[in-house]
Design a protein around this ligand. Structure first.
Ligand code: SAM
Length: 224
């Protein structure tokens, strides 16, 4: 599915989120700013926006991993255009079977990726495995607002407008119907923190974004 929308993904991302995703991404990076030039893994890196931002803001070396060749081709093009190939590498791989050694990274981050894992526990456990003891994990993911009128507006936008515009522009309506369906069925808030604990992480903070339409979770791997 992501291969088919890769060429239009960046445009649609910013257009459909009205640019808000850029603010959320900056907040993710801020949660890693206490670590001196961390070596970061960006899981489900897609077209590489979060990886590029992490390098820009923190001067970090970043490895991005994604299962979609089409998305990675767009990421590679952007990395080349910005001349940061020395610092950012992308590799094809499955989050549920990460091609990295145990305890390799200072930080692991993922934006709008965990919702797509076939087996959430397996994906989060893999992310924990490759993280160094004491390392930090930051997850940005859509959530469901619970209060009036945001809940009603959000559901209207997500179920009606987003599939309509996403479908016309990407010519893949199913992909933009999948988005609300996957969000509505995904654990958020405390339920997601429980998933982090089940994967061996210690939740540190959970911050709702923009009336609760997304949440940023931060967690730490124990020193063992
Ligand atoms: C909504 S995009 C998010 C991309 C990027 N992180 C961003 O913030 O724009 C979700 C990405 O997850 C990737 N993905 C889905 N399942 C995956 C898996 N099992 N392993 C690795 N990547 C996966 C898709 O290929 C896609 O690029």
């Amino acid at each position: 599915m992501f291969n088919s929308i890769a060429a239009k993904y960046d445009f649609l991302n910013h257009f459909l989120s009205m640019g808000i995703d850029k603010i959320w991404r900056k907040r993710v990076i801020k949660l890693l700013s206490h670590i001196q030039k961390p070596y970061i893994l960006d899981v489900a890196t897609g077209t590489g926006d979060l990886a590029l931002l992490a390098h820009k803001k923190l001067g970090s070396k970043v490895t991005g991993v994604d299962i979609s060749t089409g998305m990675l081709e767009v990421a590679e093009k952007k990395i080349k255009e910005r001349g940061v190939g020395e610092f950012i590498t992308v590799v094809e791989g499955d989050s549920e079977n990460l091609p990295f050694d145990d305890n390799s990274f200072d930080a692991v981050m993922v934006a709008f990726g965990v919702r797509n894992f076939e087996n959430l526990n397996k994906g989060l456990t893999e992310m924990t495995r490759v993280l160094k003891p004491g390392g930090r994990m930051v997850v940005l993911e859509f959530a469901r607002p619970s209060s009036f009128p945001f809940k009603q507006l959000y559901f209207f936008y997500f179920k009606q407008m987003l599939p309509f515009f996403g479908g016309i522009i990407s010519k893949d309506k199913a992909a933009y119907e999948y988005l609300p369906a996957s969000v509505l069925n995904f654990p958020d808030g405390e339920a997601f923190d429980k998933e982090l604990v089940a994967a061996g992480m210690k939740p540190l903070s959970r911050k709702k974004q923009t009336f609760g339409i997304a949440t940023i979770y931060a967690a730490e791997k124990g020193m063992q």
